[in-house]
Write a protein that binds this ligand. Structure first.
Ligand SMILES: [Zn+2]
Length: 598
């Protein structure tokens, strides 16, 4: 058993989540965490809203509110979105807590002390018409590396390389189209080349990573450049150095602060748990974290931050880059075990776009459909290892043909028949070879499905779980217990239904990481009491260090089912079940497509 960190990419707090946002890594990280907990690991699943940076400042300016007010609004919206999906965060927090500021500044200070942060005079973009600093993301131009003509001032979305605005060919302001002027300004840079060798050695030892992620990460090492970690901006974490601390026009760059959130959120969780040092069991590279594993979940556009930049910060903080140094006061820290990157989801063949209305927001989705219907679609058809397309036709088909007609039907007919004929879980008299074979097949699912989830092959994993469902449906059709009506046949009918219900119970456990809401219901239909699949809750908490209060997503996940077959107890009362899943009318497809068309 290990201490497993599930570090989930931080959503940017500039709007509600759409289903593309949660398909790649939001739901998959929850499936992974739920499985690992059920398998007996001590999981710490953390994330939060990423709230600094120029886009939030610009959007707040446009709406006439403060950046903090805008961040407050979308932090709450996003917390509610993720809660609606049942994502089991131990702590989902935010980057505007005082705890986060302190941890970011501690990392900055130690990196600077170890010589990995250097000051440089650089060129900053300025708007000639207003004289104001132009935020990086609002400068667009041609990528000097791949030639993509809509690269941003901080990153090229086509080739994934980080950029500085002055590197762009034909730079222009996205706000008013004018050509920015570049003026000298002083900034701090992270000396990334000083980590190339250490990161290369670390990548050489990685096992089981998705090959494209490993290859992409190795390629990034060929041309590492010092990377700016401060910006001309008022909204962000202050620079913790003498002469800089009180300046209001310079802040730590948002990517530097956000990536540290995994660590600060873990520390916040520990401080709230009553054992402020507990985070070390997931993070310490020394004895306290000896069995720690760290899995990072993100979309493919964020690989560089997790496979190169975050490891560089951790190495530098621990005094393990080319320049050596001493670990900071948090001690030596663990690098990721695995960087789990997903591909992109499109919608009806188009890129998700809020501005072009190619979008469905999580909260709108959940108003009309069940969370598990979306979770099922993501598991069987999400962008796990290739870009995939969400279509309403496919969503309705998967829901009706697989979830309702496959799993829902098995649950409904086996429990109904047992309730009607016996009023309880029936007793087994004698098992035939067919009975034994089905029971053994369902039990073998725990090893098969579990191993696949642990290796981030969730599509294959839910496929195996649904095979157990298909086998059980076939078994019921073959055995036809509804025909076994005479007194002589009653014991055989009882046995068949007892076998079917045991397999329903096992399949339900196998599906619990994917479909936690319905798994709880099925568990209760089988006479189970208490918590089978624990759920997160939203709690309003005080900032630990005197800042404003805020909502967090948290929960007690020590309760609930284990990853094992639990024998049903004959005689447990059963009632006629209500359907667990809802069949969708085909008209849903037209309605949703009409909504998309506006
Ligand atoms: Zn490019």
């Amino acid at each position: 058993m290990s201490h497993v960190l599930a570090a989930v990419a931080w959503p940017y707090a500039n709007g509600p989540r759409h289903i593309g946002h949660v398909s790649g890594f939001g739901v998959p990280s929850d499936v992974f965490s739920r499985y690992m907990r059920m398998a007996g690991h001590d999981v710490l699943m953390v994330s939060g809203t990423d709230e600094h940076g120029t886009p939030i400042q610009v959007q707040a300016d446009a709406e006439g509110v403060t950046a903090r007010e805008l961040a407050d609004r979308y932090n709450r919206v996003i917390v509610e979105d993720l809660h609606g999906l049942g994502l089991s965060y131990d702590l989902f927090t935010r980057t505007t807590t005082r705890n986060h500021y302190a941890v970011v500044q501690e990392l900055f200070t130690a990196l600077e002390r170890n010589g990995y942060i250097v000051a440089r005079t650089t060129l900053g973009a300025r708007s000639p018409s207003t004289g104001r600093t132009l935020p990086d993301r609002y400068i667009e131009g041609t990528c000097p590396i791949c030639g993509y003509d809509s690269a941003r001032g901080d990153q090229c979305d086509n080739c994934g390389n980080q950029l500085d605005p002055e590197q762009l060919i034909n730079p222009r302001s996205k706000i008013n189209g004018e050509t920015p002027e570049f003026v000298e300004t002083e900034h701090f840079f992270l000396d990334l080349p000083a980590f190339a060798e250490a990161i290369g050695n670390w990548l050489d030892q990685r096992e089981n990573w998705r090959p494209n992620v490993l290859k992409f990460s190795r390629n990034l090492l060929d041309d590492l450049q010092p990377r700016a970690i401060t910006r001309d901006l008022e909204w962000g974490v202050p620079i913790p150095l003498d002469g800089w601390r009180d300046r209001t026009d310079k802040r730590i760059y948002v990517w530097f602060d956000a990536v540290i959130g995994y660590l600060s959120a873990s520390i916040e969780w520990a401080r709230r748990s009553g054992d402020p040092e507990a985070w070390r069991k997931w993070w310490s590279a020394d004895a306290e974290g000896k069995d720690a594993l760290g899995y990072y979940f993100m979309g493919k556009d964020n690989i560089v931050f997790h496979s190169v930049i975050w490891p560089a910060l951790l190495l530098g903080y621990s005094g393990e880059g080319d320049k050596g140094g001493e670990p900071g006061e948090l001690g030596r820290l663990n690098l990721p075990t695995e960087v789990v990157s997903s591909e992109f989801l499109t919608m009806e063949g188009k890129k998700f776009s809020s501005s072009r209305r190619v979008v469905i927001y999580v909260r709108d989705f959940l108003e009309r459909y069940d969370a598990d219907a979306l979770r099922y679609f993501i598991a069987v058809a999400g962008p796990e290892s290739t870009d995939t397309d969400f279509t309403w036709a496919e969503f309705v088909r998967r829901n009706n043909d697989e979830l309702v007609a496959g799993w829902g039907n098995l649950v409904n007919r086996s429990i109904s028949m047992a309730a009607k004929n016996f009023g309880a879980i029936p007793a087994v008299t004698e098992l035939t070879a067919d009975d034994e074979a089905l029971l053994a097949y369902a039990k073998s699912g725990f090893a098969t499905v579990g191993e696949l989830i642990a290796k981030h092959r969730q599509k294959a994993a839910i496929g195996e779980a649904m095979k157990v469902v298909a086998e059980a449906n076939k078994y019921l059709s073959d055995q036809a217990p509804w025909k076994l009506k005479s007194e002589d046949e009653k014991p055989r009918q009882a046995t068949v239904l007892a076998v079917a219900l045991q397999v329903v119970s096992d399949a339900n456990t196998l599906l619990t990481p994917f479909l936690p809401h319905s798994a709880q219901k099925v568990f209760e239909l089988l006479g189970g009491e208490g918590v089978h699949a624990p759920m997160p809750s939203i709690e309003q908490v005080d900032d630990l260090d005197g800042g404003p209060s805020y909502p967090v997503l948290t929960g007690d996940y020590t309760v609930g089912a284990r990853w094992e077959s639990v024998p049903l107890v004959a005689g447990t009362p059963l009632a006629t079940p209500k359907p667990v899943f809802r069949k969708l009318e085909p008209s849903v497809i037209e309605e949703e497509l009409a909504r998309l068309a506006g």
